[in-house]
Ligand binder design. Structure first.
Ligand code: AMP
Ligand code: ZN
Length: 492
């Protein structure tokens, strides 16, 4: 099966296959590490994770590069205000970003590239642009890209740029700009600001040139796919194309993927609007990392997603259903043989799941057949009709589902523990849900002991004590489940 992915550049669904027949070479715009990422940012990174995992599921190896923007206006401003070098300022947000990726089970790209470690490459590109007449130096020593030198400007975003003013300039690192202007490639040093002494003068790179330099450094002049959030399409990606193609005269990325926004009450979730949640905020409210992951990936990337707490609760319940079912299959004993209907159901689920993902990463349609299968198989389990061969077939479907969605295996304790440690360090324990704090105060051993005491109390028909223990644990966020396979407990 081949992945059909919408291509912003061609405006149609194109097959996404490696041009070199080996690995899919892709570049994704990474974070600016000036603060903690919000879950809108992570929606984009999660959808790119779904892309890379789907490619792997389809047998396509991936060479994925992501930049870390560790110098820009905001970083310089904040580091200066804190009175520390930018490297010291960005270090902790880069670390937090990588931890958040881990918490959300977002696979690390093959190559992470920091802007500040690629300055010579950027300078070289700017020199080549100047040689080709596509870059010029302004009076203050800054370098600009001459938009008029690139007639194809606008081919990605399909914007009508006829009113474009020749020579009008913009030098900020922001990306919500409507008008097309000559943009800064290199900003001349200002007193007290971080800068590099280079052949094109003392200064620092503009934001757009970073991505061109690092993409071409690791992936070559032309590569398979470039991805990012929808806000990057214009002008950032348009500028990347202009800079790169003006140097190489070859197509930059063949395929462009843009992830639509996460909204809150119909408005873009963003730092500047103040309507955002970080991953840590949600973990400290007691939501599990897996539920946040599932909620953010379940709406396909080309649709906007409205963030709600109901959505997180729905995802929490859905994961619970999957995990309980998975546990029943893993722990149960089954008679030999296979049933025709369950074998057919497993086969159908797998086929529908695969075809939904390969059809423009339709995660909503990919989920549905898996949950249908769980329903059918649960009924068969209740009736004792599920056989050993069915167990194998269904576990294989779940494994395939989890190779992309990655929510069944319970690894939720670690992200929550990390968020709590962070809350403690940064004096934010007031933000922590009381139930979560109480649950953390109980060790696994203490819970085991209470559960054992309850089992004994029940045996001795001391139901009062048994109920008391159950209630005590529930107050601390620990749920006891009695099943025919024995007693299990879990933290909510
Ligand atoms: P930034 O760190 O602001 O440069 O953003 C990192 C990534 O998150 C970029 O690809 C942005 O397009 C993306 N992004 C920012 N806000 C949102 C949002 N509300 N929903 C989805 N993606 C977003
Ligand atoms: Zn970029």
């Amino acid at each position: 099966m081949t992945l059909h992915l919408f291509n912003t550049l061609t405006g149609q669904m194109d097959d996404l296959v490696p041009a070199d027949g080996k690995a899919l070479r892709m570049y994704a715009c990474g974070p600016t590490v000036y603060d903690y990422g919000h879950i809108g940012n992570f929606r984009t990174f999660l959808q790119i994770d779904i892309l890379r995992r789907t490619l792997k599921l389809l047998g396509v190896p991936v060479q994925h590069v992501m930049n870390i923007t560790d110098v820009d206006d905001k970083i310089i401003r904040n580091a200066t205000a804190a009175g520390i070098p930018i490297g010291q300022y960005t270090e902790r947000f880069e670390k937090a970003f990588l931890e958040d990726l881990d918490s959300l089970r977002i696979q690390r790209p093959e190559q992470l590239a920091r802007a500040t470690e690629h300055i010579p490459r950027m300078v070289e590109l700017i020199q080549k642009l100047a040689e080709n007449g596509a870059a010029y130096q302004a009076e203050d020593g800054s370098w600009y890209f001459r938009l008029a030198s690139f007639p194809e400007y606008g081919k990605l975003s399909k914007k009508d740029l006829s009113g474009m003013e020749d020579g009008a300039r913009v030098d900020v690192d922001e990306y919500e700009k409507d008008s097309a202007r000559d943009f800064a490639l290199w900003k001349a040093a200002k007193p007290g600001e971080t800068s590099w002494d280079t052949a094109i003068g003392r200064g620092r790179p503009g934001w757009h040139i970073e991505c061109s330099a690092m993409a071409m450094e690791y992936l070559g002049d032309s590569f398979d796919l470039h991805a990012g959030g929808e806000d990057l399409m214009f002008p950032h990606h348009e500028n990347e194309i202009a800079q790169s193609e003006s140097v190489t005269h070859k197509p930059f990325a063949r395929h462009w993927m843009h992830v639509r926004f996460l909204l809150v009450d119909g408005r873009k979730m963003s730092k500047s609007e103040g309507n955002f949640y970080t991953l840590r905020d949600l973990l400290l409210k007691g939501y599990k990392a897996s539920a946040i992951r599932l909620a953010l990936v379940s709406v396909p990337y080309r649709h906007q997603l409205n963030f709600t707490f109901d959505g997180l609760t729905e995802a929490t319940n859905a994961i619970e259903r999957l995990r309980t079912f998975h546990q029943r299959l893993v722990a149960g004993t089954f008679a030999d043989g296979e049933s025709d209907s369950l074998q057919a159901a497993a086969k159908k689920a797998r086929a529908e799941y695969g075809s939904a993902l390969s059809n423009d990463l339709n995660t909503a349609e990919a989920r549905a057949p898996i949950f249908d299968l769980v329903r059918t198989a649960n009924t068969a389990l209740d009736q004792g009709l599920l056989l050993a061969g069915d167990r194998v077939a269904i576990l294989a479907v779940l494994a395939s589902f989890d190779s992309v969605f990655d929510v069944i295996e319970d690894r939720d304790a670690e992200p929550t523990r990390r968020a709590l440690a962070w809350a403690e360090e940064s004096g934010r324990l007031d933000d922590v849900a009381p139930e979560l704090l109480a649950a953390q105060s109980l060790t696994d051993e203490a819970i085991d002991a209470l559960v054992a005491e309850r089992t004994l109390a029940k045996k001795q028909r001391n139901f009062g004590r048994a109920d008391q223990i159950r209630n005590e644990l529930a107050e601390k966020g620990v749920v006891i489940e009695d099943s025919k396979d024995g007693v299990r407990w879990k933290r909510k």
